[in-house]
Design a protein around this ligand. Structure first.
Ligand SMILES: *Cc1c(COP(=O)(O)O)cnc(C)c1O
Length: 339
């Protein structure tokens, strides 16, 4: 019944047995429904299709050596989706309902959770959008909250190896008072062109600058940026950055390892002084950055000369993965065990 080649999974969609759904109608959330179909039937005038009333989340569940399944910081995803809903005038999903729905989606698809040894995991994708039809520009009154899961291998095919990124000056992902701080599909649509152009030039992703002054580092495609220098973990402060749960966790772990931590604007020129740099997010945990090119100035900022990640990035990566898989003590209660 289960003949998945766990070792060769990529970060792509695979059909699983079930997804869970819940509708918001008549001013309240209904019962959680279990579906096996991959299709969703919605009104063609749904605001999620026309006016961008849409938000999503991404988190993972991991099978440990002990056979237990752990979900990483699911409450944080619940809070963030709440903020995304408020920011786009959608009906927020109550935190408890969110967590229970994620648990249910994982439990129902247990046979798709990759074994510990594979280094793979179960990716969980909660989605919320306006499903009610509306032609005038206004929030709708019907919403669909849906969760599907899919087993995934490592996000970056080359493994934990430094990648090259380029600074994007032609496109902005988000504006200072826009929607950059919430996880909505519109931000992704706005970033796709820059990402594709970077790929075409041989880069793994585009680095976005603050859109007002074009002076500071905002994000690395759909991931947060951090740099290491002088025993300090530094990550940008900006109103258009999506608050990454991975970044927040690494920030804490860096402190626990005796590093200083700073959250403040990072000017492009400061890249020159970093000993290590990385992008972080659920998909890859850390994607070490070997080099950043700035096409406008012709400058290259090099963080890895030997093609290997820096020692601090490696240590942080191993620590966080260790916690997620249950190999390291979960001091902060970040994991939720699914029975
Ligand atoms: C989801 C996302 C991240 C990463 O957040 P995590 O909670 O660490 O997965 C970073 N930047 C953007 C723009 C995102 O959408």
């Amino acid at each position: 019944m289960n003949n998945i080649d766990w070792g060769s999974l990529s970060f792509s969609y695979m059909k699983t047995d079930y997804n869970v759904r819940c509708y918001y109608r008549d001013g309240k959330w209904g019962e959680l429904e279990v579906h096996s179909s991959e299709e969703v039937s919605i009104h063609m005038a749904a605001t999620g299709l026309h006016y961008g009333q849409e938000a999503f989340e991404g988190l993972k569940a991991f099978k440990g050596k002990d056979g237990k399944v752990r979900m990483f910081r699911v409450e944080e995803n619940a809070k963030r989706m709440h903020n995304s809903a408020v920011g786009t005038m959608m009906a927020p999903v109550p935190e408890e309902m969110f967590v229970n729905a994620v648990k249910k989606a994982v439990e129902l698809n247990k046979r798709f959770i990759p074994p510990y040894e594979s280094g793979a995991s179960l990716y969980i994708r909660p989605l919320l959008f306006g499903s009610g039809g509306k032609v005038g520009v206004a929030p709708t009154d019907e919403y669909l909250f849906l969760i599907f899961v899919t087993p995934v291998g490592p996000y970056f095919k080359a493994g934990f190896k430094p990648v090259k990124m380029m600074i994007s000056r032609d496109y902005d992902r988000a504006a200072p008072h826009g929607t950059g701080h919430i996880k909505v599909g519109g931000n992704y649509a706005a970033s796709l062109r820059a990402g594709e152009e970077a790929h075409d030039k041989g880069y793994s992703t585009a680095i976005f600058l603050d859109s007002k002054e074009k002076k500071y580092i905002d994000e690395c495609g759909p991931a947060n940026f951090f740099g290491i220098k002088d025993n300090t973990y530094i990550t940008p402060e900006s109103s258009s950055i999506l608050p990454s749960i991975t970044n927040k966790s690494l920030f804490q772990l860096a402190q626990d390892m005796g590093l200083k931590t700073e959250r403040r604007p990072i000017a492009i020129e400061e890249l020159e002084t970093f000993e290590e740099a990385g992008a972080c997010g659920t998909a890859a945990v850390i994607s070490p950055i070997g080099q950043i090119d700035d096409p406008e100035t012709g400058k290259s900022y090099v963080f890895s000369k030997d093609g290997e990640p820096g020692p601090v990035s490696l240590k942080l990566y191993n620590k966080l993965r260790g916690i997620q898989y249950g190999d390291e003590p979960d001091t902060y209660g970040w994991n939720t065990v699914v029975e």
